[in-house]
Ligand binder design. Sequence first.
Ligand SMILES: Nc1nc(=O)c2c([nH]1)NC[C@@H]1CN(c3ccc(C(=O)N[C@@H](CCC(=O)O)C(=O)O)cc3)C=[N+]21
Length: 292
Amino acid sequence: MGAQLIDGKAAAARLRADVAEAAAMLPRKPGLAVVLVGDDAASQVYVASKEKAAAKAGFEGRVHRLPADSSQNAVEEVVRSLGADDAVDGILVQLPLPKGLNEDAVIACIPTEKDVDGLTAASAGQLVLGGEGLVPCTPQGSMLLIRDELPDLSGKTAVVVGRSILVGKPLALLLLEKNATVTVAHSRTKDLGAVCREADVLCVAVGRPELVTKDMIKPGAIVIDVGINRVERGGESKLVGDVAFDEAKEVAGAITPVPGGVGPMTIACLLRNTVVASARRQGVAVPEVVAD
Ligand SMILES: Nc1nc(=O)c2c([nH]1)NC[C@@H]1CN(c3ccc(C(=O)N[C@@H](CCC(=O)O)C(=O)O)cc3)C=[N+]21
């Protein structure tokens, strides 16, 4: 075991404490609304943990549950009414939506200033332009973990495996903003191993269990594993990342585990975005503990 373990759970706990402190400084409590459509088991679990984390941070949290067979218009109407509700600072529409619903059209109903997931076209545009928009939670959490290990990315090579709207693309932009030399690899990349081996910072977000093996990692690299895959092993169900952790830790300099890595940071960053959105909407300065 050469690598240092990056403890996302501990980092998330620290961030949540900062968020709670910031929330207590605002004139009124931050309000977070979660919209959950249907009864997908995994989504229920995620939403419950978001609800709990929001309450613990001193937020006004509310979950709006809609039946799986809701019409497009019904879902959009709920999101629009939350957009018009002054007590709501952040709106999160839990994805994926049940089949038949148009996710893009639902997300388009979220006002930019309440887009705590950073998923609207306006937020994505601000990310490209280097603006002050709210940054998607998983890439934001990944960047905070990287910063703890390597505060200055100038002159470093970063490779992002995966180009999803939710993670890969925004993460590549954030790394670029911090002056890393960024390569985005994906399913059509030729010789993925050779590309990954160039990385001082290797981020993997493809949703393929243990795709990245130790021969693909530069000795001493920082490895950020965004994947959360449920697999059956020896008759048991367990979570594994997109990186073969047990062998990767022999060569990496620092590595995130799954679970306990990027996942907990995602929720902490959702709370952070909500307190930032709330401060802005209340017309007060964003408290220093959660700024930048
Ligand atoms: N609009 C929207 N925004 C999201 O941010 C969003 C979403 N939809 N849909 C689903 C995914 C998934 N997601 C996770 C958050 C935390 C953990 C997490 O904390 N995982 C723990 C353990 C999980 C476990 O034990 O099952 C860990 O990695 O240590 C995982 C996954 C947010 N998502």
